[in-house]
Design a protein around this ligand. Sequence first.
Ligand SMILES: CC(C)(COP(=O)(O)OP(=O)(O)OC[C@H]1O[C@@H](n2cnc3c(N)ncnc32)[C@H](O)[C@@H]1OP(=O)(O)O)[C@@H](O)C(=O)NCCC(=O)NCCS
Length: 185
Amino acid sequence: MTKFLSDHLFAESDLTEEQHQRICDLLVLAFPRYADLFRTVSYYYAQPDHRLWYEEADGTIIAHLDFEHRTIAVNGVDVDIAGVGEVAVHPDRHKQGLGRKLMALLQTMLKQQFQVDYGFLQCRDEVVGFYQSVGWHKINQTVHEVDIKTGKTVATNGNALIMPIHKSVDDWDTNGDVDLRGLPW
Ligand SMILES: CC(C)(COP(=O)(O)OP(=O)(O)OC[C@H]1O[C@@H](n2cnc3c(N)ncnc32)[C@H](O)[C@@H]1OP(=O)(O)O)[C@@H](O)C(=O)NCCC(=O)NCCS
């Protein structure tokens, strides 16, 4: 059955407690290993500045992501990105195209409303294929980021992906390292 879905883009500072709670409800289901964490907070690592989600008519959030506009360094040069985190689709709604729909909406909204050149995210091996099939491109560069436990900058070599917004994938400098200049998302 197709249910009524509405999309929502919010500045983090405008979110109500009730909205945070509904986001937490989804994150607890989507990330069972981190259920205890997401029962109390609606993000981990860097604080986002915006949220984008789909909800059903009864208010249940079934697809969500957040992002932060930040100037990072790529091979020593400033690049404006939207660092994306907490990407989640309700487990009952996986493989129905909702993740793809959410990413298409993100790309459109970033193009229309934000001065960022790329989306940027890091992810587990298991979901690289998902991101690659919905418009993200893997980069193969060392990423420097602040470790949330120690506060120290560390070098990581996990999966990092970019999505073109105001610049093309070909314009991304594949030389040198990426410095997030802060926590990851
Ligand atoms: C990853 C996730 C967001 C995908 O959402 P979804 O709504 O099921 O994805 P879609 O149905 O839109 O799938 C889009 C495409 O990606 C593919 N895909 C979906 N999940 C995939 C996965 N885990 N690995 C590889 N490909 C995947 C689909 O087959 C589809 O491809 P196609 O259109 O070529 O057939 C969802 O599984 C989820 O919330 N997982 C738990 C939370 C999580 O791991 N989030 C990512 C944190 S980095």
